[in-house]
Design a protein around this ligand. Structure first.
Ligand SMILES: *Cc1c(COP(=O)(O)O)cnc(C)c1O
Length: 815
């Protein structure tokens, strides 16, 4: 018999052992498959019974007096301390234990000690740290987020922990990442000590399926924090285990509470004397959660009875997670594209190689490689009785690293509405969370197998996945049209921002991303300002800076001396930047329909900047995140009668997502007035139509029109000199394809005299309005350019998840 076979037998034996008692011990699992052990383990029936028996047969009082009931509690708490230390193989000579509410409270207690020094302290934390460790940086005088390489450089002396380092240093890291289960070297703790830094080990995720061994005080972390509910399911309690030799620094904390002082004076004099008998007596403020502490006795005992030892749990869960990893990794769509993108290290069949906990973090893709939303997955999983965690998992650094999310992308997503637990989790084609399956002592092979079967049933595409249509396959005779330029207008009616050549720009149902995200509101009328009335708006030029996450707004016209010509505001949608509802006293009553939904900025310098330039009291406003300002940003667009009569209208009905009215039927189209028709998701103009217009203007000696006066998003031009694009041919198009994306033509754009404002000088001319009135007037309205909207792809491909266009894209007409 090979050793592999022996090992498997052993695992199978242990698995069947768990199976024998699971139904009885965990009756709540009758209708549930629990895969969230890294979050919480479940409490067993024996534990609850043993705890109840203890509580019902003994009189436990609050441990603060000499009464027998109080003394009984005190004594039992002290016994429990020893028992817990023993559980982690920690010698009470070398270690003390402080009971805290949870692992987070343990972290905060350590920080309180470090804050006691007036000089402050430096703080380094590992990139895979839980949010509760990250937050500690706000208390440090300097801090840094370190990856494995940074840690090695620091420990080997080639780099400081933090630039501008204080004498007092703290380095914090998780023994196991709660995000993907990867384990970090426990040896870092003693190496940190050798370079004069204290170590704080967050063992919360690690201890649920591994033996934390503090047997050697010389190499142990100075401070170890954990939550018991992750090991035993009960009680909801945490501990901070302190290496006694390192404990003094915590006694420098300033706060004291009931229980941690010998004597306190308040009247006439402020003086107190802290308790000194033991570390825990000086750190445990207030009444201990004594019932919870006492229940630990039962928890440890029952856990030992059911599972024998933590090492057995470690082997069992390693065996299961290797099975889970292999199962998920092997799933393939019919075109052999992998179904799961796994974000954990391969699970190791041998727990002695201690680099990965029994956690498999992953994301799902469809046959075209497009992401499956975590939110949708979690809903379906819940219906199928799987209890599993998805999302950002309280681990910001690990998430960003695993998913390759840059800081500016996260901020952009935040601006677009991404929040912890929000509905949308795919932005610009990137997924922002993950699925985490974590196994525990009571997990079984059957749990793993049914989870893999669930993914296979619902997410593996077995019918042939058709190759995605390539843009070329649709090119026809007119494919010599291309995108000449792309422009967005971040602030409605202000200057444009030209999208650089080569940049793929995301398109949304409401238009090009960042187009008309902001507007200026008249403080008196509550209405959005427009160039028609305030031509100088053309000289207000916004620029998007993704590197720093800022919107720069520069004024290019003359200013009185001493007035700044530029302001910036974050691209991220930070609620604190805005006035609260009701705060807008001047606006509230008169706000017109398009403004009610916009959030106005509260910063005086920003609003003064615009008010000064335009010489009108106004405020900057932003449409709410997530495109909910859609229907007010863009009004209705229609096929015009001149197009209908020429037979241009055979347009299909639009996607239901857009709050635009579908193109009118012939009759309706004649009757309905055009509202605010200079807006729709996309406005395109044709270079050859513009040239034709300018030729007309030239004949009368008028001022030629620049493309910019039409404030289009897309300028379509010919890609060669044969001028494939006929003037005004766009009037007859039904739909077009730009690159890989399809657009529905929504009708011609009605024009007003705003097109007479020169966008560089703000000078007004008669042209091109006058010539357009002569050549492009239909039923007493004049038209130039085309409204369009995006037609979402029917299949969710990678491109469909983040539809983009760019300058140079080939355009083909579908008629
Ligand atoms: C669960 C967990 C925490 C937080 O524990 P609380 O009990 O919520 O304080 C911190 N770090 C890691 C690694 C965890 O797994």
């Amino acid at each position: 018999m090979t050793s592999q076979a022996v090992k498997l037998d052993e695992e199978d034996f242990y698995n069947s052992l768990v199976e024998t008692f699971r139904d009885a011990e965990y009756p709540m699992l009758k209708d549930a498959i629990y895969l969230d052990h890294a979050g919480t383990t479940l409490q067993s029936k024996s534990l609850m019974e043993q705890f109840m028996a203890d509580m019902m047969s003994n009189l436990y009082g609050n441990p603060h007096s000499g009464s027998p009931s109080s003394q009984l509690s005190t004594n039992r708490i002290e016994d429990t301390r020893s028992k817990v230390l023993q559980f982690f193989n920690a010698d009470p000579e070398d270690f003390d234990i402080v009971f805290v509410a949870n692992a987070t409270a343990g972290i905060k207690l350590v920080l309180e000690g470090f804050q006691g020094r007036d000089e402050g302290f430096s703080y380094g934390y590992h990139v895979s740290a839980h949010t509760s460790l990250v937050g500690a940086r706000e208390l440090a005088s300097s801090s840094r987020c370190l990856n494995n390489i940074d840690v090695e450089h620091w420990l080997s002396g080639t780099e400081p922990l933090v630039d501008d380092c204080q004498d007092l240093k703290l380095f914090a890291y998780p023994a196991q990442s709660n995000l993907n289960g990867s384990r970090l070297p426990l040896s870092w703790a003693s190496r940190a000590r050798s370079v004069n830094a204290y170590s704080l080990l967050d063992a919360s995720a690690f201890v649920s399926t591994a033996q934390l061994d503090l047997g050697d005080a010389k190499t142990a972390p100075d401070f170890t924090t954990l939550s018991f509910y992750k090991i035993f399911g009960f009680p909801d309690l945490g501990a901070l285990i302190i290496r006694k030799d390192s404990g003094a620094v915590l006694q420098e904390r300033k706060y004291f509470g009931g229980g941690t002082v010998e004597l306190v004076l308040c009247v006439k004099e402020s003086w107190h004397s802290p308790k000194t008998q033991s570390l825990h007596s000086s750190l445990e403020d207030g009444t201990l959660p004594f019932h919870s502490i006492l229940s630990l006795n039962a928890a440890i005992e029952v856990h030992g009875k059911l599972y024998t030892s933590m090492d057995k749990v470690a082997r069992h869960t390693a065996f299961l997670s290797e099975r889970l990893y292999r199962g998920l990794a092997s799933l393939r769509h019919s075109n052999s594209v992998p179904v799961c993108v796994i974000l954990s290290n391969p699970s190791q069949p041998s727990p002695s190689v201690n680099e990965q906990g029994p956690v498999v973090a992953f994301n799902l893709r469809n046959g075209y490689g497009a992401w499956i939303s975590n939110v949708e997955f979690e809903r379906l999983a819940a219906v199928q009785k799987f209890h599993i965690r998805t999302g950002g998992l309280c681990n910001p650094g690990g998430l960003a690293t695993s998913l390759n999310l840059e800081a500016w992308e996260m901020k952009r997503n935040f601006s677009a509405g991404l929040r912890c637990g929000s509905e949308t989790d795919i932005y610009a084609g990137k997924i922002t969370g993950m699925i985490r399956a974590s196994l525990g002592a009571m997990s079984t092979k059957a749990d793993v197998d049914s989870f893999i079967a669930f993914i296979r049933e619902f997410y593996v595409e077995t019918s042939p996945v058709h190759p995605t249509p390539s843009p070329q396959s649709h090119s026809d005779v007119q494919s010599t049209i291309k995108v000449e330029s792309l422009t967005i207008y971040p602030i409605k009616s202000c200057g444009g921002f030209e999208i650089p050549i080569g940049v793929q720009w995301e398109i949304r149902p409401e238009g090009l991303v960042w187009d008309r995200e902001w507007c200026l509101i008249h403080q008196g009328t509550g209405q959005a300002l427009s160039q028609k009335r305030y031509p100088r708006m053309a000289l207000i030029r916004p620029t998007l800076d993704f590197q720093d996450g800022l919107l720069h707004i520069r004024y290019q016209g003359p200013l009185s001396p001493g007035v700044s010509d530029e302001i910036t505001t974050p691209l991220s949608f930070n609620p604190s930047l805005f006035r609260k509802p009701g705060e807008d006293r001047t606006l509230s009553s008169q706000v017109c329909e398009d403004i009610i939904v916009a959030h106005t900025y509260s910063a005086k310098n920003i609003n003064k900047f615009f008010s000064k330039i335009l010489d009108v009291p106004c405020v900057l406003a932003r449409f709410p995140a997530g495109g909910s300002g859609l229907n007010t940003r863009h009004a209705k667009a229609h096929m015009q009668n001149h197009q209908i009569s020429r037979g241009g209208l055979n347009a299909a009905v639009l996607s239901g997502e857009l709050p635009l009215t579908p193109p009118d039927s012939d009759n309706e189209g004649r009757k309905r007035p055009i509202l605010l028709s200079n807006e729709s998701p996309f406005l395109a103009i044709s270079r050859s139509s513009l040239e034709a217009l300018n030729q007309e203007i030239a004949r009368t000696g008028g001022k030629q029109a620049a493309a910019s006066v039409f404030r289009a998003n897309i300028v379509l031009g010919s890609s060669n000199s044969n001028n494939a694009l006929k003037p005004y041919s766009e009037d007859d198009w039904a739909s077009i394809r730009i690159g890989a994306q399809r657009f529905q033509m929504l009708g011609s754009c009605r024009r007003c005299h705003m097109i007479c404002v020169d966008q560089d000088t703000t000078e007004k001319d008669r042209e091109p309005f006058v010539t357009l009135a002569k050549t492009r007037r239909f039923e007493s309205k004049i038209f130039f350019g085309s409204h369009m909207c995006h037609i979402p792809s029917q299949v969710t491909t990678m491109e469909a998840q983040c539809p983009t266009i760019r300058v140079g894209d080939i355009v083909s007409v579908e008629s």
